[in-house]
Design a protein around this ligand. Structure first.
Ligand code: BG6
Length: 511
């Protein structure tokens, strides 16, 4: 079979990025050192970057090219990625491949300096005026940087064959209105096909595996609907607290930090219809359609279908931890949520009447992200109830992290003379089935952006749909219409969240 017969195969062929410069705004920040630089190093190690590939860091901190390179190399070393081979990679970058521009984003001079450096690199390293601009800055600076780029003409390709793309980090807006406003600013400078809104969850192999499982197999899709599925649970549980990010988190909260983006993306992939084509247009059209079908909660419904929580002090992995209000950078009376649980419904043919429970929280007992599809019970059990005591409904669980894989739970006979049925699990483990190393999410996404493949990035209308769902909840939080339930760190969230599913005669999974 050729790749023309099979579009999925095309996506599996390894591709090398074209000559280009990666311009990182926010180069002295945490995201650059923790995520982007390890991704650059790994791509180089896998020989997926072209010769001449260069990085230009832009930030306010004063430093020269050499110091920038040293800092970046050291930060990757810290995260344990560096080896002997990596040392050669960094030596290679040392020959003019890492440049730095210090300056204020509101100062036009910064962009003029950047333009000169980019011209120099094109001349010296053959990067052909191709640029991938990455905004790893705090969100309030996004418009300033976009306008600065446009003023200097850095938003448009300098020749017909060249590209200029811009990757924009989350959060994309603070609510529906501000996201729309940001979009208007971005679109004044960049065409939509130049814009790559990133959500690193889409770069995770197991998130993409939701598509493979659903659309490459004949056995799952026929039962992936309201006739067989009783309800869906999506969990994004974190074992860490907010750590040193208290200042940032105070302005975000779990709803903006996780639900509006990561949860909505996983939800869209779970609910969407099979795309006609496995490409950016086909997949993103279906995701938007799926999100559009999610019912928007009225203020009354928010009160009954949403729980917001905040962690108190408690014990996590044997250590006593502070409550959220005692974290650095956090208001001692803070009302910011570190936990959200919601019941959503979907108004379409496939999912009508299937509740979707989502939850996310910090300082929960375990780090686990999963999508669990719980099936209806059999219409009639031909055994005595006592023979099937404790038999759980069948379930298919897509384990996104950390134990990447799939679990199928079903009933089986307990060995012995008596006829008793009990739930058992059949497990698939990614790590055991494949020898290939799993690329990090940022690595995958950076390469896709360099290659001009926007499939795993979020289109403007997708962002708008995700905000549409989250907005009324946000409003209720901000108006103080929904009490803030406190939960002990190291537990599965506030009791109110249990009540949310109990009312429907269901229970949260304890992964
Ligand atoms: C980020 C959030 O987007 O995702 C963090 O800002 C969160 O608060 C992180 O911890 C979780 O990502 P992952 O890949 O560790 O599940």
């Amino acid at each position: 079979m050729t790749t023309a017969d099979n579009p999925l195969a095309e996506a599996t062929v390894e591709r090398v990025a074209p000559p280009a410069v990666l311009v990182v705004f926010g180069a002295s920040g945490d995201l650059t050192s923790r995520k982007l630089m390890p991704a650059v190093e790994n791509l180089a190690l896998r020989r997926l970057l072209p010769p001449g590939f260069s990085v230009v860091g832009v930030a306010r901190t004063e430093m020269d090219d050499e110091e920038f390179l040293d800092r970046m190399q050291a930060s990757v070393k810290e995260s344990g990625e560096n080896g002997e081979e990596a040392r050669h990679v960094w030596e290679g970058f040392g020959h003019g491949g890492f440049r730095y521009v210090a300056g204020d984003y509101s100062d036009p001079e910064t962009f003029k300096k950047l333009k000169d450096v980019l011209d120099e690199i094109d001349e010296q390293r053959g990067t052909a005026q191709n640029r991938l601009i990455y905004l790893a800055t705090p969100p309030e600076t996004f418009p300033v940087v976009v306008e600065g780029l446009a003023r200097c003409g850095l938003n448009r390709p300098a020749n017909d064959g060249a590209f200029v793309r811009i990757v924009i980090e989350k959060p994309y807006g603070r609510d529906a209105r501000s996201a729309e406003k940001l979009d208007a600013t971005v679109h004044q400078a960049f065409a939509e096909n130049q814009v790559y809104r990133i959500d690193h969850y889409l770069g995770k192999e197991t998130v993409q595996n939701v598509l493979a499982l659903r659309f490459a197999n004949a056995i799952f899709e026929p039962i992936w609907n309201r006739r067989y599925i009783n309800h869906i649970q999506i969990t994004v549980a974190e074992q860490l607290g907010v750590g040193y990010r208290g200042g940032f988190y105070e302005n975000a909260g779990a709803l903006r930090d996780i639900v509006q983006n990561h949860v909505m993306q996983v939800l869209a992939l779970t609910l969407m219809e099979p795309p006609a084509t496995f490409d950016a247009g086909g997949i993103r059209d279906e995701k938007v359609k799926a999100l559009r079908a999610v019912d928007v909660l009225s203020p009354d419904e928010v009160a009954h279908n949403v729980v917001r929580g905040q962690y108190r002090s408690g014990w996590v992995q044997g250590s006593e931890v502070h409550g959220y209000r005692d974290e650095e950078g956090v208001d001692p009376h803070s009302q910011t949520e570190t936990y959200v649980a919601m019941r959503l419904k979907v108004d379409n043919w496939r999912w009508a009447g299937v509740p979707i429970y989502v939850r996310t929280g910090k300082y929960l007992p375990k780090r686990v992200t999963e999508v669990a599809m719980e099936f209806n019970r059999v219409p009639h059990l031909p055994f005595a109830m006592s023979q099937a005591e404790g038999l759980e409904p069948d379930a298919l669980v897509l384990r996104i992290q950390p134990d990447e894989g799939i679990t199928l739970r079903f009933g089986a006979k307990v060995p012995g003379q008596a006829f008793r049925v009990r739930s058992v699990s059949m497990d698939f483990f990614y790590g055991a089935a494949f020898l290939e190393e799993t690329p990090e999410a940022y690595e995958r996404l950076l390469l896709d952006a360099l290659l001009g493949d926007p499939t795993l990035f979020i289109r403007s209308d997708e962002v708008a749909q995700a905000w549409r769902i989250v907005d009324p909840v946000l409003e209720a939080f901000e108006e103080g219409d929904l009490p803030l339930a406190r939960y002990e760190a190291g537990t599965w969230g506030p009791p109110e969240a249990d009540a949310l599913v109990d009312r429907d005669g269901r229970r949260w999974r304890k992964p």
